[in-house]
Every structure is written in structure tokens, then in C-alpha cells.
Design a protein around this ligand. Sequence first.
Ligand code: NAI
Length: 286
Amino acid sequence: RGKRAFIAGVADDNGYGWAIAKSLAAAGAEIIVGTWVPALNIFESSLRRGKFDESRVLPDGSLMEITKVYPMDAVYDGPEDVPEDVKTNKRYSGSSNWTVKELVETVKKDFGSIDILVHSLANGPEVSKPLLETSRNGYLAALSASSYSFISLLQHFLPIMNPGGASISLTYIASERIIPGYGGGMSSAKAALESDTRVLAFEAGRKNKIRVNTISAGPLRSRAAKAIGFIDMMIDYSLANAPLQKELSAEEVGNAAAFLASPLSSAITGAVVYVDNGLNAMGVGV
Ligand code: NAI
């Protein structure tokens, strides 16, 4: 049977999550996705109305099928963690079972198991503030949504992941080099995510033979990146300075993710894999 992939963090056809879904689908995987609760309605109705049909086209001409879309909010592990104002919020009360624990229980009921887990989500409410001006709450919220969310997903999915499976997250070089503008603790969140990739690779590898890697991706004009506000500058900077002078396509990251999810990478775990036209290797701008 083909492999089954759960991709967390798909809410439109512009981001890395969508591109990874497509590359995995092109390689024959069954695709199920987790969509942030507040974005669920618009994503599902756009999907239904055919708004994404053009971007659903796979290399063989067929359309990517998404078997099921699950509502999720990766900052809540179980129902007991959800504050009253979120519970009663109209956008949340219309959906159910969207905490990580309930999500995984539902996936287990529906499908039994998965082979591939992709974490393609991040959020930092104070991302536009320099780290020096970031509040404790803003910092912790960035870590909760962008780093712990991966630990929580892996922790809960691991028991239903088939041995030999793989998990992948998306990180950014601001974890290890100064990228002014990537604030609010988001640089810290990516540093945590990369360190956790190594520790979780050990733990999940020993316990369940699951590989854990992260892709350090170059700049892409996604919805999340546009919200940060400096994405065009980062794309221009990369074009001017990277060894490969071309705009990075989401598909290139998708294809790297498909490799990291496949047996072709069966000895790669605990790695930060750069998919950035080589920009990370530069020491100075040119
Ligand atoms: P995106 O907007 O397509 O994806 C981010 C997703 O996270 C959205 O679908 C959003 O609804 C979801 N999300 C936010 N908070 C959530 C929560 N609490 N629970 C569940 N879902 C939540 O944007 P993009 O850029 O494709 O982001 C995907 C990953 O790629 C992120 O980890 C990001 O940091 C990373 N990345 C992006 C780069 C870029 O230039 N766009 C560069 C390097 C890494």
C-alpha cells in the first residue's frame, strides 16, 4: 500500500505545506491535512469550489486529492488546555476535536496509522518586534506555536506511526544567524526546533524507528511570510547573494521533503537540511 502522510499547517495553496503535500502526492502518498481552526472554513470552501484546482495539478496531469481535512490548533494539547474565550469563540465552537490529542485520536479512528508527519506551521504574535522589545507572553507564544507544537504532534502521533516512518518540520536560518526583522522570539523558536530535531531523532529513532529531520528553507512569499513584512527584501537578497541565482520555488522544498520522507533517505535523521539555493553557505554578501 502507498504511504499515508499527515501534513499540519495547510490553509491555502501558497505555503510550504501545500507544496510538500503535492510532492508527496506525486510520489504516491495518500494526503491528509490539518488546518488551523480559524482558517478551516475558507480553506475547505475554496477547495470545494475549485479555487485551488490549478495548483492541484500534479506532474502526471492528475489532481492532488486530499482525503480529509482536519481542524487543528497546535497550541492546545487537550480540551482541558483550551481557555473559555477560545472555546466559545464562534470560529472554534463550530468545529470539534481540534486539540492535538483529540486530532490524533480522530485520525487513528479514521485511518489507523500514518507513515509521514509534516509540521509546516509557525506563529509569533510579536514577530515584528525586536527580541529586545519582546514580552514574555509573546516569546512563550512563539515557542508554543512554533516549537512545542512539533513535540506535541510527534508525541501524540508516534504511537500510530509505522516503524520506518519519517517526520519533517520547516525551519529558518534566523535560528543561527542574525536576521533583523525576524523577531518576537521567532528566531529563538527556530533554534529550539532545530535542537529538538536532534534530541527527538534519538528518542523517536530508538523507540519507534522514526526519523526526524528539519528543512531550513529559503524565503517564500507565503501568507505567513507576507505577514512578517520583509519577505520581498529577503527574496531579493537571496537572488543577489546565493550561489544559485534563481527564485526558490515551494516545489523545490516539497521535493526535498518527499526525499526526506522516503526510503531514499533511510540513514538521514537529526539533520537540518538546507533548501535555500545555498545562501546559508555564504559568509558575506556580494
Ligand atoms: P503558511 O502561512 O503557508 O503556513 C503557516 C501555517 O501555520 C498556516 O496555515 C497557519 O494557519 C498555520 N498555523 C498558525 N498557527 C497555528 C496553530 N496554532 N495551529 C495550527 N496551525 C497554525 O506559511 P509558510 O511560510 O509556508 O510556513 C510554513 C513553515 O515554513 C513555517 O514553519 C515557517 O516558519 C517555515 N518557513 C517559511 C519560510 C518562508 O519564507 N515562507 C522560510 C523558512 C521557513
